[in-house]
Design a protein around this ligand. Structure first.
Ligand code: 13P
Length: 345
């Protein structure tokens, strides 16, 4: 795999005003979401749900890439077609989550470190052979009175950079995801300050580990106050704070920034992404895209509830949220789009 091929994949991932769909929930996370929707937590229900997602008619109109999980990348549709084949046939690039989840960080109460570097070179080789063209690694940064600590930010930044270097060695585009969490009472300003510091650290580590910026995608949080903060800003204020922070910390060589949704509602995530593109798109060096899980999937999951008879209605809702986010990339999203689920027939 040449450097140019890595760059081409990274650019394709954020091309044509489309984005990424994260469907890489680990089994415990997927089971938790199934439990709250009253869906049985079995391997077959997880498979059926993922088949529902990837067979949504027209999904490729808004989605360039899907992020799979280890269990999912090995699965097949009911008719025996491997998921990876079905995804490619839908004109979508398959990707894979490769971190092994988070664990308590020694000596740092309340903070987490992402694990999974051991054996990663071999796992990337296997995923590459299975057809994955990009990978994802998520670090989480909690905000509180005395956190995040330098130790947590640096250790997670270092792990992200080591992961990204291994991906590029394997010809796989790294999606670098440092997530500053929304839990807590912190203000918008505090989130901006923490996010800027985290991103500066991550890019310093990426440089140290010789990661090619043109061959990666950044997946950050939007700059948002904590969910328990009494002052919740408007959409434009979020857009301004987020773009200001990114302009300070993200090098222009990065082709795309694909936000995580982090627990925002689908409508708010679309409205905020839209505001960023309306206000700034023409002057930004990178594409501002999306790589949402909950903000695209949640309505579909709630409609499906594990029942075959609900598959089409769930796919319609999934298609709708994906289309809203494509519109948001163009700065053409309007809350009025939410009143009708126009789309697939
Ligand atoms: P959310 O959009 O639900 O935050 O998920 C994105 C993701 O991939 C988390 O790692």
């Amino acid at each position: 795999m040449s450097t140019q091929e890595l760059i081409d994949i990274a650019r394709t991932m954020v091309a044509d005003d489309k984005g990424l769909l994260a469907m890489d929930e680990s089994n415990p996370t997927c089971n938790k979401r199934f439990a709250s929707a009253g869906i049985p937590q079995t391997v077959e229900y997880r498979r059926a749900y993922r088949e529902l997602i990837i067979t949504t008619p027209g999904l490729g109109e808004s989605i360039n890439g899907v992020i799979l999980y280890d269990e999912t990348i090995r699965e097949k549709k009911k008719d025996g077609t491997p998921f990876v084949k079905a995804i490619n046939e839908a004109g979508i690039i398959p990707g894979i989550k490769v971190d092994a989840g988070t664990n308590e960080m020694a000596g740092h109460p309340g903070e987490k470190i992402t694990e999974g570097l051991d054996g990663l070179r071999d796992r990337l080789r296997e995923y590459g052979q299975m057809g994955a063209r990009f990978a994802k690694w998520r670090a989480v940064i909690a905000v509180g009175d005395d956190i995040p600590s330098r130790g947590c930010v640096e250790a997670n930044g270092h792990a992200l950079a080591r992961y990204a270097a291994l991906c590029q060695e394997a010809g796989i585009v790294p999606v670098v995801e440092p997530e500053v969490l929304m839990d807590g009472e912190h203000t918008l300003d505090r989130c901006r300050e923490v996010t800027e510091d985290v991103l500066r650290t991550v890019f310093s580590q990426l440089h140290t580990q010789r990661v090619l910026l043109e061959g990666m995608i950044l997946k950050p949080n939007m700059v948002l106050p904590g969910l328990a903060c009494p002052k919740q800003p408007g959409v434009d204020e979020v857009a301004d704070a987020t773009v200001q922070c990114l302009l300070r910390a993200v090098p222009a060589a990065v082709p795309g920034i694909a936000f995580l949704s982090g627990g925002q509602s689908g409508e708010l995530a679309s409205a905020r992404l839209n505001a960023m593109n309306v206000r700034f798109k023409s002057r930004l060096p990178w594409a501002l895209a999306f790589s949402f899980a909950r903000a695209i999937q949640q309505p579909a999951l709630e409609i499906w509830r594990g029942e075959q008879g609900n598959v089409f209605a769930a796919q319609k809702a999934l298609y709708h949220r994906a289309s809203c986010n494509r519109a948001a990339r163009r700065g053409e999203y309007d809350a009025a789009m939410e009143s009708g689920l126009e789309g697939i027939q």
